[in-house]
Write a protein that binds this ligand. Structure first.
Ligand SMILES: [Zn+2]
Length: 258
């Protein structure tokens, strides 16, 4: 993976967002603007107008103004904004699969990252509706408008990437292939493409090299006399440190995650 490793006196990490962007571009077959809009509406607390109700129906079932009347109980299903994904799963439109869920404490990521596959099984569409109370403040709303129609979401496997340690921020969403695409293959591809659990250190002069795992700063000797602790690294210069090998005079050690 060619995401730059950040090396500093107090830092040995890779930018989680860069790694997610890289993974998304490696699995991307096409963009997915319609699903991205829907996900934004159902998963971002506060990021979306909370007054908009989102309705869902099969792609062939039209949703018109009259279908979303507050008096019409037989209309399309209204998604609870807070739990919209689960609702879409329950309705049989899609399934959700975890591909990677990694924390900054157990890896070299500067913050956590999460990659999810969304397998859309049958085509659906949504409309966003805003209800208003024009004449009376009590009772059912007397006026409403369809404010957004994100378009049909077609069957396929979509990959969504997000970063963050406590609260996730969306990085992107791409269409990765047809619905039968194997999510295990995606998991292996991500591990292969972006191993954020291993850091390799190598000296440019004597060729000594070391490995560290799982975010640790303790480097174990591979072809070197002894292990070394990054906390004890000396003479930082840019992204390299002085080689700790006793017989190496002017070697500089550089670090690569992945
Ligand atoms: Zn050296």
């Amino acid at each position: 993976m060619d995401v730059e490793t950040r090396v500093d006196r107090h830092e040995l990490s890779v930018d989680a967002q860069d790694t997610v962007t890289k993974i998304l571009s490696s699995v991307r077959v096409a963009d997915a603007p319609a699903l991205a809009t829907v996900l934004q509406m159902i998963r971002q607390p506060g990021g979306h107008d909370p007054d908009t109700s989102l309705f869902v129906a099969d792609a062939l079932t039209k949703i018109d103004h009259g279908d979303v009347s507050p008096a019409d109980a037989d209309g399309p299903v209204c998604l609870a904004i807070a739990d919209g994904m689960r609702e879409l799963e329950r309705l049989g439109y899609l399934t959700v699969h975890d591909l990677a869920d990694e924390t900054s404490s157990a890896s070299y990521l500067d913050e956590g990252r999460s990659l999810t596959a969304i397998r859309v099984l049958r085509p659906f569409h949504t409309v966003g509706v805003v209800y208003r109370w024009r004449r009376a403040l009590l009772g059912p709303p007397d006026s409403w408008d369809i404010v957004t129609r994100p378009g049909v979401i077609w069957p396929g496997v979509y990959v969504r990437g997000a970063v963050g340690d406590y609260r996730l921020r969306d990085v992107g969403l791409v269409y990765a292939g047809p619905p039968e695409l194997d999510t295990d293959a995606l998991i292996y591809a991500i591990r292969d493409e972006s191993d954020v659990f291993t850091c390799h250190a190598v000296c440019d002069s004597c060729g000594a090299d070391w490995y560290a795992d799982d975010g640790s700063w303790i480097f174990r000797a591979n072809r070197a006399h002894a292990d070394f602790d990054y906390n004890d690294a000396r003479r930082h210069d840019g992204t390299t440190v002085m080689c700790p090998e006793p017989l190496c005079v002017s070697g500089r050690v550089s670090f690569t995650v992945g």
